[in-house]
Design a protein around this ligand. Structure first.
Ligand code: P6P
Length: 335
């Protein structure tokens, strides 16, 4: 059996052999991975750690914060602020950006994260995860402002997530394909368990919250209706449905076996483009999916091409198996 390759060795080789990533980015990603390990330990304690249930607060999204939302956010801030790799951070759980305190060396990267995505699943012991995205601080900008974060997803230099499920698995891209690392709890390190992840271009599995059907736009209704017609319908095959209500878990399934994930615009709040956040949910997940041969659009354009206008802006998300995403997107263009 081949000698296991640690995350550290994988990143060193990405840096040294392929010259693909600078040393500072490698070190930053190792810090993020260590923070995810600590979050995993807190999540795994559950009721024994007194971390279940809601905190008495809401985040910028107006969502009730779970205790673990706040713990995960604090772990990521504390782990990343002193290392000298970052200039600032942004989080789903914080209204504005977090500048690295002047007492620490300032780095050239910006780190964005959803510290604990899917947190409504925490109390019912269903997989949740941390999603992260890394951008470069624009050259020449003396300080850092929110404007510096407003870069299209195509500008990311690293993206990934850590899913806290039956295994704790870190999934990462630095633009050279997608690699998966499983946490070896006995060694306390992430070990490479899959690289060059590929999403099948076709699928028989869709993920969407069906309870919202009456609110969807016509193209989404048409696509799902055709899937539900199965063999007898225009698709000529039966489809399966999954919805975990934890984007990290749904995307991990798609990276592992294909499928299409949709959280589309709906008419409940017509002024909101969608539920999911562009900067720290859709962009990192879209880059991972594209790096694995899939596609990701908002129904009308490639998500990674969207020019953000505000830090917490939302977006409609259709991502996964390339041919399915292209089909749903084509239904939008025939409007
Ligand atoms: P709903 C979790 O709250 C989340 O942001 C994503 O992880 C997930 O895909 C979606 O919302 C679930 O939304 O409306 O089905 O509960």
């Amino acid at each position: 059996m081949a000698k296991p390759i640690s995350l550290t060795r994988y990143l060193v080789e990405q840096q040294r052999v392929d010259g693909h990533i600078p040393g500072d980015l490698r070190l930053l990603l190792e810090v993020v991975a260590r923070a995810c390990k600590r979050i995993s330990q807190a999540v795994n304690k559950g009721a024994l750690g007194g971390v279940l249930g809601s905190a008495d607060s809401e985040n910028v999204q107006g969502e009730v914060q779970k205790k673990l939302d706040i713990i995960a956010n604090e772990v990521l801030i504390e782990a990343n602020e002193w290392g000298g790799h970052l200039a600032a951070m942004a989080s789903e759980e914080m209204d504005s950006i977090y500048l690295v305190p002047n007492r620490y060396p300032q780095g050239e990267y910006l780190l964005l994260f959803d510290p604990l995505d899917g947190s409504s699943n925490i109390d019912v012991n269903v997989s949740i995860g941390t999603i992260f995205s890394v951008l470069k601080k624009p050259e020449g900008s003396p300080g850092v402002t929110e404007q510096d974060f407003l870069q299209a997803g195509a500008q990311q230099v690293a993206a990934g997530y850590c899913v806290y499920g039956p295994q704790t698995t870190l999934v990462l891209t630095v633009g050279d394909g997608v690699a998966m690392f499983t946490l070896d709890r006995e060694q306390g390190s992430f070990v490479l368990t899959q690289e060059n992840v590929r999403i099948p271009e076709d699928t028989k599995e869709f993920a969407i919250n069906m309870s919202n059907m009456r609110h969807w736009d016509e193209p989404v209704k048409r696509y799902i209706d055709e899937c539900l017609q199965g063999k007898e319908g225009p698709r000529g095959k039966d489809f399966n449905m999954r919805w975990i209500a934890s984007m990290v878990a749904d995307v991990h399934r798609i990276l592992t076996r294909g499928g299409v994930f949709m959280y589309p615009w709906d008419k409940r709040e017509p002024n909101k483009p969608g539920k999911l956040r562009l900067m720290y949910e859709a962009n990192p997940m879209s880059w991972l999916v594209e790096q694995a041969g899939g596609a990701a659009t908002n129904g009308k354009q490639r998500i990674l091409d969207i020019q953000p206008k505000q830090l917490h802006e939302r977006v409609s998300v259709i991502l996964g198996s390339k041919n399915e995403v292209e089909r749903v997107t084509s239904y939008h263009s025939t409007l």
